[in-house]
Ligand binder design. Structure first.
Ligand code: URA
Length: 238
């Protein structure tokens, strides 16, 4: 059971003081009955309206360790989607992926039913950095690192914003860490291909300062905490 004001706070943009005022002024109803008590308790599946409009679904924010072979879409006629592999309790909750990873890319994916939140993560203007680790057939040269830092332009005219790249320690193959602040189609693979480097495996490990939980197996997901949500937006790098 949850307090009425908390339920409304979780599912709307109103501040706590606005909610108190709205409840006091008789504009909130629960299953058709006006409710004037902010701390009255409810299950949460009641029909709650504010000024006559039903409040939305509870906003959900999940972190998934995306496996290979599933697509970042809600529905797809050919492939399994990241929504298809969610536990039953998260299906039919209006969730969608906040951003896209290729079918063969693994790692950190955020799923939400909050459109504004998703826009803030994906918008290139917000410059939220996404950190990828690529297993490659070659290491970066010093010249590649400078080209990536200055912003690579493809022959097609596509220009990528300057990004950070580094060679990482590796026992097998080569490993490259790369941080980008926009999300153009196949961006990491294209940037490295332009340097003559092929990506064998690609995984995203961070968005802002939020890192993939290493305890999540491929395909698993869990709710983000409020602190983790803040880490996305208040990164020291942004
Ligand atoms: N860049 C890519 O090339 N692929 C991804 O999935 C993400 C970033």
């Amino acid at each position: 059971m949850q307090r009425l004001d908390k339920i409304i706070a979780d599912r709307t943009q109103y501040t706590r003081s606005e909610i108190k005022r709205l409840i006091k002024s008789g504009t909130v109803s629960v299953n058709g009955r006006t409710c004037l008590i902010a701390d009255e308790k409810f299950i949460g599946d009641e029909e709650i309206t504010v000024c006559g409009s039903p409040i939305g679904e509870k906003r959900l924010y999940l972190m998934m360790n995306k496996p290979k072979g599933v697509v970042c879409a809600v529905k797809d006629n050919m492939d399994k989607t990241v929504i298809d592999i969610l536990p039953e309790k998260y299906k039919n909750r209006g969730l969608f992926p906040a951003g896209r990873l290729d079918k063969d890319t693994t790692g950190l994916l955020i799923l939400t039913n909050d459109g504004d939140f998703s826009h803030r993560i994906m918008s290139p203007n917000k410059k939220i950095e996404k950190y990828y680790i690529a297993e490659t057939d070659k290491p970066l040269s010093d010249e590649d690192i400078i080209r990536i830092k200055d912003g690579i332009e493809l022959k097609s005219g596509t220009k990528f914003r300057g990004a950070y790249a580094e060679n990482l320690e590796s026992d097998e193959n080569f490993r490259v860490g790369i941080k980008i602040s926009e999300g153009k189609y196949h961006q990491v693979k294209k940037m490295l291909a332009e340097c003559g480097i092929n990506v064998i495996n690609l995984t995203r490990i961070a968005i802002g300062d939020l890192y993939l939980d290493v305890k999540l197996n491929k395909g698993e997901c869990r709710k983000l905490t409020n602190i983790e949500i803040d880490l996305i937006f208040f990164s020291k790098f942004n």
